[in-house]
Design a protein around this ligand. Structure first.
Ligand SMILES: Nc1ncnc2c1ncn2[C@@H]1O[C@H](COP(=O)(O)OP(=O)(O)OP(=O)(O)O)[C@@H](O)[C@H]1O
Length: 843
């Protein structure tokens, strides 16, 4: 039972809202006031032009007013940040919350024993082949058999289906399951048939004859025809409920003879417009309670923040959840969204297309040679080329397949079958390969590029390890991809914020990945941190087994005041350039390479932009040039972007979307200061940590990586922001050779493509593949899996009946998958090798 969620649902944060309203009112009044005052131009007209002193005073006043405006915007931003921080602190320290809603004595403990417990365990083993329940599965089954209204929130692959499939076998009548996707329905029914369960589906894909047979059986159930077995589970889409009178009539008849056992709403967050997957047809499910009162609900979801929960309960007509658990109230179960068996790592991605495929090939061959995996790509073209290159560069050792919206349905099904059977090992796919894919033994999910949002990344990577055993979730990242993801999302509502959150995650070298997820969902979806709490640890305890928890501290470097000064310089240069600058141009200019940097379009919207160069007097504006390497300077730009000091602007050409960095209102926190102030620690707290280059003192080198005793990992991870041992999927000898060859590679041309006009776009001698990265063609993206809505995917299920190949254990990992109780034991033996550290030349 999730008490925090219920409290949150009840509680309105009045103080924070009041503070924000006061602030907005104050800001409004001050802006109104300045609007009413006569401006300098008015003064000039009244007093006559020509007085130099007056004009200069007017100019100065105008300048100061501009600064005040900037500072007011900054003030508003800071207060907003303060509000957010206050909310986070309250979340993290539940003692700040009221004691309201404490559970009174006398709750029904659904984790206990009931008269049906023996039968439940018997069916668990004989029908589903499992020895034990995972987390709150047993409690859900018990509340289900007790005919309660239930909301169950469990992560992707957490085992939600068992919560209704098992009780359906022990309950008279038919359980009606409403699910959004035909692919999901077909998959579930297939597996139930394999297990010998009498399940049917009534969808557009069901043949007329089959439909007639099903209606006859429902009629026989309603008539109590002797010898006619019950349909235990009937799967439909929400449209069936909304549109089919015949089906509603059949349900009516079942209801009259008490043979309608339960309504199960799968992916129940689709009910809410505030959820991430709103489906209008889900709102029509409000008729269920009106037409067939007394039939209990089970609403299932992997993501259900308080606001979505409110919508869900209202729409379905379910009672408010309380702690008292009176008989007609809704019971809420939630398990941690943190999956301990998933090991997250962000790996440096070489700047060339071939280099990144070589890295990926080495990673897969070293750590997952015979395993099943998925490589997620951003575009359809990427899928094709990554699949082909992986196969070619591994001499066929990695058997790949391609899955995206343009692949014909028959081919998709064939690929899915081959993947299930192990004939294809790695599917290179867009996000179209998502819902309905339930293969338990996916041992790794690699992201070839950043996802467009952290929500997407969480879901996609969550396809790994559904059988509860260890699996790797690897993201390849380079700073240039930051600009690519920005250009791809620039036309989407809220796309920029999502992309920036993804970028913040990818570029963070210190914070534990679990904590990052928890804080992201807390902020973006107002989901309580408690969703990432486990029985042993709260959400803010480091996991101890992601790359950032396992990273050797001496592979990172902090440059202290040099970083702050460089940040100040970058912001000053960007503000003074008088033109929009791409990240590459800004880095060039700030590092004293301005004469070669062609500028992007001027503020005058394209006028005369073709050949103009941006030049800045670095000594005057920035007290000299930025004294950092190119890769450090780019990493710093990304940091400044994710922390809100830069904003992005876009320029569309026929071939690409160019992305420019501009100082935001927040930048004034730095730029209003002098260099001396910044050197003496003035300005906002700001830091950026960098990956050390291989070969530098302290950087991981050769095979001499730091090893850490496993039992100490967690403690170290907690004590410091980076613990003693590095963890990445380290390619071995082959990578060493190839990375050496790339050591002198020039900077990627990809960022040049984003600059200026086409005639300025020079090929810097780099692979064409990198050029392609910046050509944004929406037609090449799989925006969502709508096209899958009516395709008939099939998949295999690791239900204990299928024999699964035990993954080859290459390093000590501990998880007790069988019992579903996973212990957070840090992995050991994987360390960052120097060939894993991206090798970019400095100029
Ligand atoms: N008690 C259990 N023991 C072992 N495996 C289990 C258990 N319960 C479920 N599983 C397996 O876990 C996998 C995921 O289960 P299920 O499809 O129900 O997850 P889900 O929560 O519905 O995920 P999604 O939200 O992605 O649909 C399946 O392969 C299933 O066979």
């Amino acid at each position: 039972m999730n008490h925090t969620l219920i409290e949150e649902f009840d509680e309105e944060d009045d103080i924070a809202r009041q503070e924000r309203e006061d602030m907005e009112q104050a800001l409004y009044l001050s802006l109104e006031d300045s609007r009413r005052r006569p401006g300098p131009s008015k003064l000039r007209i009244q007093n006559g032009a020509g007085d130099k002193d007056l004009e200069s005073l007017d100019d100065e006043i105008a300048g100061v007013e501009r600064q005040i405006k900037d500072l007011q915007a900054l003030l508003q931003e800071l207060k907003r940040n303060r509000d957010d921080r206050l909310r986070e602190i309250r979340e993290a320290h539940p003692q700040h919350r009221s004691d309201r809603g404490k559970a009174p004595a006398g709750n029904i403990d659904y984790s206990g024993e009931f008269e049906w417990t023996g039968a439940l365990y018997d069916k668990l083993k004989t029908v589903f082949g499992f020895d034990s329940f995972r987390s709150c599965q047993e409690s859900i089954c018990n509340a289900n058999l007790d005919r309660r209204d239930i909301v169950a929130i469990m992560p992707t692959g957490g085992g939600k289906s068992l919560g209704y499939q098992l009780p359906a076998l022990l309950t008279p009548g038919c359980t009606l399951v409403i699910s959004p996707l035909l692919a999901l329905i077909a998959d579930q029914v297939m597996h139930l048939h394999e297990a010998g369960v009498d399940a049917v589906m009534l969808t557009g894909a069901t043949s007329k004859e089959e439909q007639n047979r099903i209606y006859q059986r429902l009629q026989a159930m309603a008539n109590g025809t002797p010898g006619a077995p019950d349909i235990k589970l009937c799967y439909v889409t929400p449209e069936k409920i909304a549109n089919s009178k015949k089906f509603k009539a059949a349900l009516d008849k079942l209801h009259r003879v008490h043979k309608l056992a339960r309504f199960v709403i799968d992916e129940a967050h689709c009910v809410s417009q505030q959820g991430h997957d709103f489906r209008p047809d889900y709102q029509k499910l409000n008729v269920l309670r009106e037409l067939w009162p007394g039939v209990p609900f089970l609403a299932l979801s992997a993501t259900c923040p308080a606001a979505v929960l409110g919508d869900l309960l209202r729409t379905l007509g379910m009672r408010r959840p309380t702690h008292a658990q009176a008989v007609d109230e809704t019971v809420i179960f939630s398990t941690s969204l943190y999956r301990k068996n998933l090991h997250y790592a962000v790996l440096p991605k070489p700047s060339s297309g071939t280099g990144s495929i070589e890295k990926m090939r080495d990673y897969i061959l070293t750590h997952h040679r015979n395993d099943t995996g998925i490589v997620y790509c951003l575009t359809r073209k990427d899928c094709e080329s990554v699949a082909e290159d992986l196969m070619r560069l591994s001499d066929g050792a990695i058997r790949t397949g391609v899955y995206h919206a343009d692949v014909a349905d028959a081919k998709k099904e064939a690929l899915h079958r081959q993947w299930r059977e192990g004939k294809v090992k790695v599917v290179c796919a867009t996000i179209a390969f998502g819902l309905g894919i339930d293969k338990g033994d996916v041992r790794f999910v690699v992201h070839h590029s950043l996802s467009k949002s952290l929500d997407g990344f969480y879901q996609e990577s969550g396809r790994a390890g559904r059988d509860g055993k260890d699996a790797d979730c690897v993201l390849y990242y380079r700073t240039q991809d930051a600009m690519r993801i920005a250009s791809l999302t620039c036309n989407e509502r809220g796309g920029q914020d999502k992309a920036l959150a993804m970028l913040a995650f990818a570029s963070d070298l210190e914070e534990c990945r679990k904590i990052q997820f928890a804080q992201y969902f807390n902020k973006s979806s107002k989901m309580s941190l408690s969703f990432f709490r486990t029985e042993e640890e709260d959400a803010n305890t480091r996991c101890g087994h992601c790359d950032n928890c396992m990273r050797a501290p001496d592979t990172l470097e902090r440059l202290g005041v040099r970083t702050r000064v460089a940040a100040w310089q970058l912001l000053r240069v960007a503000a003074d350039a008088g033109r929009e600058l791409t990240m590459t141009q800004l880095c060039d200019l700030a590092r004293g390479l301005g004469s070669s940097a062609a500028a992007g379009p001027g503020k005058g919207k394209g006028k005369g932009r073709a050949k103009e160069k941006a030049t800045v007097d670095l000594d005057r504006v920035a007290g000299g040039k930025v004294e950092l390497s190119r890769e450090h300077t780019e990493a710093l730009c990304v940091r400044l972007l994710v922390e809100g000091y830069f904003t992005l602007s876009f320029h569309h050409t026929a071939y690409s979307v160019n992305v420019y960095l501009e100082p935001s209102a927040t930048a004034a926190r730095f730029t209003r200061l002098g260099k001396d102030d910044v050197e003496q620690g003035g300005g906002p707290p700001f830091d950026c940590v960098f990956l050390k280059k291989p070969g530098r003192k302290g950087a991981a080198s050769g095979s001499g990586h730091v090893k850490k005793a496993p039992e100490k990992a967690k403690a170290k991870a907690k004590a410091t922001s980076a613990s003693a041992s590095a963890s990445t999927g380290a390619p071995r000898a082959a990578a060493a050779a190839s990375s050496g060859a790339r050591a002198k590679r020039k900077r990627s041309v990809s960022s040049i493509v984003t600059t200026g006009t086409e005639d300025e776009q020079t090929d810097d001698g780099e692979d064409d593949e990198d050029m392609r990265d910046f050509v944004v063609g929406d037609a090449d993206m799989d925006e969502d899996d709508d096209e899958e809505w009516h395709t008939g995917l099939r998949s295999s299920r690791a239900n204990g009946r299928t024999s699964l190949a035990e993954p080859k254990v290459k390093r000590p990992r501990k998880s007790d998958a069988g019992s579903g109780r996973l212990r957070p034991v840090p992995r050991t033996g994987r360390t960052i090798r120097d060939e894993e550290i991206i090798e970019l030349s400095s100029d």
